[in-house]
Design a binder for this molecule. Structure first.
Ligand code: ARG
Length: 266
């Protein structure tokens, strides 16, 4: 059974602006947030059979709901994030504590090495991909390769709207990848093309990329993605996946969607 870490959006809100999606004037509606987040939990638990684990929300930390940024977890080891923006740095201690209390071997990076967890590091069993430049430092991946004994291919992100790798790149269980080529520099595009064969690459249209089509949660054949992505949904069905479309617009106001709201624990 897949396990995912999530955080109730009790204190979620747009309280600062650290990516182009966030505007303090574009406030989120607390009731709608709770409903959208509960619907996500419901689909994950009831329709897909995921086990959801929870971290307590903390007053004053509106982005703690984006547990993908807690760190990266694999084979019992957890490497907590080191956030680039001071606004999110106070989250680090809570995520670290959660990992410690839940029996993970916590491996810490140097405090001056920025790394934003599973928001920027994702992949397949044999190879991982690490987004850098906007949030995480490319140097983090040399260290993470040693910690996890995994090959990690760094990919440079050049578009401020797609500031984390999980906003524009989503490895799927069948070896396919949903991605938005325009988010990457040309060398990163070459790396993706060299490493993932063409029949496995699923480019999404830019309007849907901007709806966070790539910010999807894939568990087995199930893929949870935001509404407003009809083309991506068709592409997924064509490849034998079972898409679940969910309205997550309140979280889009902070620059996040389905994937950002979860952290894979195994
Ligand atoms: N407001 C948050 C930030 O800018 C959103 C994080 C979204 N998380 C993600 N994994 N893409 O840091």
């Amino acid at each position: 059974m897949s396990r995912l870490l999530m955080c109730r959006p009790d204190y979620f809100g747009i309280e600062y602006e650290i990516n182009p999606w966030m505007r303090i004037s574009n406030a989120s509606n607390p009731t709608t947030c709770q409903a959208q987040w509960q619907a996500l939990v419901h689909v994950l638990e009831e329709d897909i059979g995921v086990k959801v684990e929870y971290i307590e929300p903390v007053h004053g930390l509106p982005d703690l709901v984006f547990t993908a940024n807690a760190g990266i977890v694999a084979r019992g080891k957890a490497v907590p994030s080191r956030f680039r923006h001071p606004e999110r740095r106070r989250e680090e201690q809570y995520f670290e504590q959660w990992f410690e209390r839940h029996g993970y071997e916590v491996v810490r990076l140097d405090p001056d090495l920025y790394f934003e967890g599973a928001g920027d590091l994702l992949g397949f069993a044999d190879v991982w991909f690490g987004g850098y430049r906007q949030r995480s430092d490319v140097r983090a991946y040399t260290v993470l390769t040693e910690i996890f004994h995994k090959e990690i291919l760094p990919l440079e992100l050049i578009n401020p709207k797609f500031y984390h790798l999980d906003t524009c790149f989503c490895p799927l269980s069948g070896g396919d990848v949903l991605y938005f080529p325009g988010a990457f520099d040309s060398y990163a595009q070459t790396v993706i093309e060299a490493r993932i064969e063409s029949t496995r690459r699923v480019p999404v249209p830019s309007v849907e990329a901007e709806r966070f089509a790539c910010n999807a949660v894939c568990v087995g054949r199930h893929v949870v993605l935001p509404t407003g992505c009809p083309e991506t949904t068709k592409l997924l069905e064509g490849k034998g996946y079972l898409p679940h479309q969910l309205e997550l617009d309140e979280f889009l106001k902070a620059g996040g969607s389905a994937k950002c709201l979860t952290l894979a624990l195994d």
